[in-house]
Design a binder for this molecule. Structure first.
Ligand SMILES: *[C@@H]1O[C@H](CO)[C@@H](O)[C@H](O)[C@H]1NC(C)=O
Ligand SMILES: *[C@@H]1O[C@H](CO)[C@@H](O)[C@H](O)[C@H]1NC(C)=O
Ligand SMILES: *[C@@H]1O[C@H](CO)[C@@H](O)[C@H](O)[C@H]1NC(C)=O
Length: 388
C-alpha cells in the first residue's frame, strides 16, 4: 500500500495508479458487503428475538409495548376497557378521602358485563395493627384465589410486613387514625368499602376485625352469601335507653325517631349497598354532629341509613357470632383454654334464623372475639370442626 501511494503521488507509473484504483474500489465493495452482512445479521437476530418474545409474552403485550413506544397516547385507547376491568395493581394510592369516595362512586348502569365477571368476596379487616389469626385465614382462603380479595385498614403508623407468599402481602390500604365509637371508625369502614369498590369484581363486602374467625369452609361461606337475597346487616328498633335513648331529635327531618335503628358493627353488604354507604353526604354530617358517645355511631349510622334507603335488601341480622352472655360493655374474648369443640357446638346448636325467608339452622358464618393465644388450638381443630 505504502509503495503504491508513493508512486501515485509521484505520477510516474499510470498503470500502477489504475491498479491502485481497482484495489481501492474492491476494498470499498468489501466494506459495503461487510456492512450489509452485519445489518442482515442484526435484522435476523432482532426477528428471532421478537418471535421468541411473542411466543413467550403473547402477541398483545408486545404489540402494546410497540404502540406505546411509537404512539404514547395510543396506549390508553387500546387498553381502555381493560383498565376498568382489571383490579388496581397496587392498593397504595395518594387519593384523599373525598377523592377516593368520589372515584369509588362511579357505577356502571348496564346489567350486562362485556367480559366474564367472577364475583368475589372482599374481606375487609379493620384492625389496630397485626393480624395474629392470619395463619387460620390463610388456610381458610387457600385454593380460592379467584373468589376473594383482601383489604386491611390498620392504625398508622403501623405497616404490615407479611411475606410475599401471604394472602395479606401488600393488602393494606392508606389508613387513618380511628377512635373507637367515634365517626372516624365509620370513616375507616367507608375507606375500606371505597378501596374494595375499585375492583369491579368485588360483589360482597364483609367487615371483620383481627379477632374474627371463619366458622365454615370457603365453599359453604361463598355459597351462603352468593345465594342470599339479602345482605347481613344487623338492624332493629330497640325501644330502650341504648336504642331509641341515643336518638337526638336535632337529626330531624333527615332521621326521625321511628327510623332510628341499632345493629352490630360487623356487617356484610352487597355492591349496591356499599355504594349507598360511600355516596352518602346527607346522613353523614347529622350522625357526625348528633351521635357522639354515649351514642356509639358505628352501631347506628349504617343500620339506620340502610333501613331508610334500601330496607328490602336487608336481612336485619348479622352473621358474626359474638358472646354477650358474660355481661358488660364488651363481649367475651376467648383465650387458648376456652377453645373446645363444645364452644363451637354452643354457637351452632339450637340456632334458628331466616335465610331467604325460610327457617335455617346455619345462622353464623364468622365469630369473635378470639385472642392471639387461641390460634394454636383453632388450627388444630379447624379441619374437624370448621371443615378447612
Ligand atoms: C382532598 O384534596 C382536595 C384537592 O387538594 C381538597 O379540595 C379536599 O378538600 C381534600 N379532602 C380532604 C378530605 O382532605
Ligand atoms: C366444605 O364443608 C362441607 C360440609 O362440611 C363439605 O361437604 C365440603 O366438601 C367442604 N368443601 C371443601 C372444598 O372442603
Ligand atoms: C328488614 O327490616 C325492614 C324494615 O326496617 C323491612 O322492610 C325488611 O323487609 C326486613 N327484611 C327482612 C328480610 O325481613
Amino acid at each position: 500500500m505504502q509503495s503504491r501511494l508513493v508512486s501515485m503521488e509521484e505520477g510516474k507509473d499510470p498503470s500502477s495508479t489504475i491498479a491502485f484504483r481497482t484495489t481501492q474500489s474492491r476494498a470499498l465493495q468489501l466494506r459495503f458487503l461487510q456492512i450489509f452482512l452485519l445489518l442482515l445479521c442484526l435484522g435476523l437476530g432482532f426477528s428471532i428475538i421478537s418471535m421468541r418474545m411473542l411466543r413467550y409474552f403473547g402477541v398483545k403485550k408486545i404489540a402494546l409495548a410497540t404502540t406505546t413506544t411509537i404512539f404514547p397516547c395510543y396506549h390508553q385507547e387500546v387498553n381502555y376497557v381493560e383498565s376498568w376491568i382489571r383490579p388496581p395493581s397496587k392498593l397504595w394510592h395518594t387519593m384523599n378521602d373525598s377523592e377516593l369516595l368520589w372515584r369509588a362512586s362511579f357505577v356502571p348502569l348496564r346489567k350486562e358485563y362485556p367480559f366474564k365477571r367472577v364475583p368475589k368476596i372482599a374481606f375487609m379487616f379493620l384492625t389496630k395493627g397485626p393480624l395474629p389469626l392470619a395463619p387460620l385465614w390463610e388456610r381458610f382462603l387457600k385454593g380460592h384465589e379467584q373468589h376473594y380479595s383482601i383489604y386491611v385498614h390498620a392504625l398508622p403508623p403501623y405497616v404490615s410486613d407479611f411475606p410475599e407468599s401471604s394472602v395479606f402481602y401488600r393488602r393494606q390500604i392508606p389508613s387513618q387514625v380511628v377512635e373507637w365509637g367515634e365517626m372516624s371508625m365509620c370513616d375507616a369502614e367507608r375507606r375500606l368499602l371505597a378501596n374494595a369498590l375499585l375492583d369491579i369484581s368485588n360483589e360482597w363486602f364483609i367487615l371483620l376485625s383481627e379477632a374474627c374467625i371463619p366458622l365454615h369452609n370457603f365453599s359453604i361461606i361463598y355459597h351462603y352469601i352468593s345465594r342470599s337475597e339479602y345482605s347481613f346487616v344487623g338492624s332493629f328498633d330497640d325501644p330502650g335507653p341504648y336504642g331509641r335513648g341515643r336518638y337526638n331529635s336535632e337529626m330531624q327531618p333527615v332521621v326521625t325517631l321511628e327510623q332510628w335503628r341499632k345493629g352490630a358493627q360487623w356487617f356484610e353488604v352487597n355492591r349496591r349497598l356499599a355504594i349507598v354507604i360511600i355516596q352518602d353526604t346527607m346522613y353523614h354530617p347529622k350522625f357526625k354532629e348528633f351521635c357522639k358517645p354515649a351514642c356509639y355511631v358505628d352501631e347506628h349510622y349504617f343500620p339506620t341509613m340502610l333501613s331508610i334507603e334500601a330496607p328490602h335488601l336487608l336481612a336485619n341480622r348479622t352473621f358474626t357470632w359474638t358472646d354477650w352472655s358474660r355481661g358488660g360493655a364488651h363481649p367475651a374474648t376467648f383465650e387458648k383454654n376456652d377453645i373446645t369443640e363444645d364452644l363451637f357446638k354452643r354457637m351452632s346448636e339450637g340456632q334458628l334464623c331466616l335465610y331467604n325467608n325460610q327457617l335455617s339452622t346455619v345462622c353464623y358464618l364468622f365469630a369473635r372475639k378470639f385472642a392471639p393465644s387461641a390460634l394454636e388450638p383453632l388450627l388444630e381443630m379447624a379441619s374437624k370442626v370448621f371443615g378447612f
